[in-house]
Design a protein around this ligand. Structure first.
Ligand SMILES: *Cc1c(COP(=O)(O)O)cnc(C)c1O
Length: 371
């Protein structure tokens, strides 16, 4: 039997909520969409929530809402999911990468200022794997330089840093609800902000450029269709009702892994940083020294034994199309390079059992023994 890398947690309330929408006359732009937006905004302590069809769309609309385009630069991390950098390219601007902190794996705030130029228009930090460490420091630097922050909190819904929810640090925050995230709507995303004019622009951009209260066929600006439908939103509401329980369960699973792996000298085990409540997105260990040289073989070996694993993340700046556009090479971001070649994301979801954690850890240790 396979132990999957991730698995959504869908119960009868979720199913009933979706069925209820299907039995109603309103499937889109309806009450469930608005309720889900209100609830995510309230959960993260923000004034506005704007639902969209993916986390990637959320990030892209943030770029558009800030007027970022050709000739502009946006500072971000090369250790992330590709969408964090693609949204910048899709807007016609240039991603400027900054290397990461070797402990929390987020953008290294100490390296940001040297990359700020006259063309810099925003900073886009990522809450990598749900770890919020350093996000306040990034915002402090941005403020000093009068730059807006787009917080890619797509992996961080539910995390708290120094008493503040993730998604509430940047001028704009973004969430994603793909089935491997902490909570899901199938596909979906959300922008959160306290800025009413940015919220209005995002709402208009995701809805064919329609203005607030203007008619169905009146379009104030160039927009597109990035809307989330009420079927997805209804699932989002029931999932959000259980999010705090999900965060607790995930933290419990992380604890089981930590206990089983912390004493193994071949592995770096992740822990929540002091000062955080961490909403774990995935559980990513790192192999030390010579074991990292064999990471890809170990991934194959684990997969052959039905353990779902992956190499979160390959370096964004070395993806072929990025190299073509930006000309980066191995060595440009040494911490990212060394982290990327050593990571293994282990199976991780709300309902992983102690027995499954034991199987994963025993199999992993046996694979390491063979190296
Ligand atoms: C998941 C994710 C996104 C967006 O995901 P979608 O699949 O488009 O919903 C963006 N950034 C990061 C860091 C992510 O992990």
């Amino acid at each position: 039997m396979e132990i999957p890398l991730s698995r959504p947690d869908i119960n009868e309330d979720d199913i009933q909520a979706v069925v209820d929408v299907l039995r109603s006359p309103i499937l889109a732009l309806g009450p469930k969409m608005r309720e889900f937006e209100r609830k995510i905004a309230d959960y993260t302590g923000r004034r506005f929530g704007i639902s969209v069809n993916s986390g990637t769309s959320a990030l892209f609309l943030c770029m558009q809402a800030l007027g970022i385009g050709p000739g502009d630069e946006v500072i971000t991390t090369p250790f992330t999911f590709i969408a964090s950098a693609n949204c910048i390219l899709m807007a016609g601007a240039k991603p400027v990468f900054v290397d990461i902190d070797p402990v929390n794996l987020n953008i290294n705030p100490a390296l940001i200022e040297s990359k700020i130029t006259k063309k810099t228009r925003a900073i886009l930090p990522v809450i990598v794997f749900g770890n919020p460490a350093g996000i306040d420091e990034v915002c402090r630097i941005a403020k000093k330089h009068n730059l807006p922050v787009v917080e890619d909190s797509c992996e961080g819904l539910g995390s708290v840093w120094k008493g503040k929810k993730v998604g509430s640090f940047g001028d704009l925050g973004t969430f994603a609800f793909y089935p491997n995230k902490q909570m899901t709507t199938g596909e979906g995303g959300m922008i959160v902000t306290d800025d009413e004019s940015l919220a209005d622009i995002c709402m208009s951009l995701r809805n064919q450029g329609r203005g607030k209260g203007s008619g169905w066929l009146s379009h104030e600006r160039l927009g597109y269709n990035y809307r989330m439908c009420d079927i997805n939103a209804a699932l989002g509401i029931t999932q959000l009702n259980r999010l705090d329980e999900f965060v607790r369960r995930r933290s419990n699973v992380a604890g089981m892994y930590q206990k089983r792996l912390v004493d193994d000298p071949r592995i770096i085990v992740p822990f929540a940083p002091p000062g955080a409540v961490m909403s774990w997105f995935v559980f990513v260990i790192r192999l030390k020294d010579r074991y990292a040289d064999h990471r890809d073989r170990i991934l194959d070996d684990l997969r052959k034994q039905n353990i779902g694993v992956n190499n979160y993340f390959p370096p964004v700046h070395l993806q072929p199309f990025m190299v073509e556009r930006l000309g980066h090479k191995v060595g440009d971001f040494p911490v990212t390079d060394s982290v990327c070649r050593s990571t293994i994301a282990l199976p991780f979801h709300n309902n992983l059992s102690q027995n499954e954690v034991d199987i994963v850890c025993n199999t992993l240790k046996a694979c390491l023994d063979k190296v």
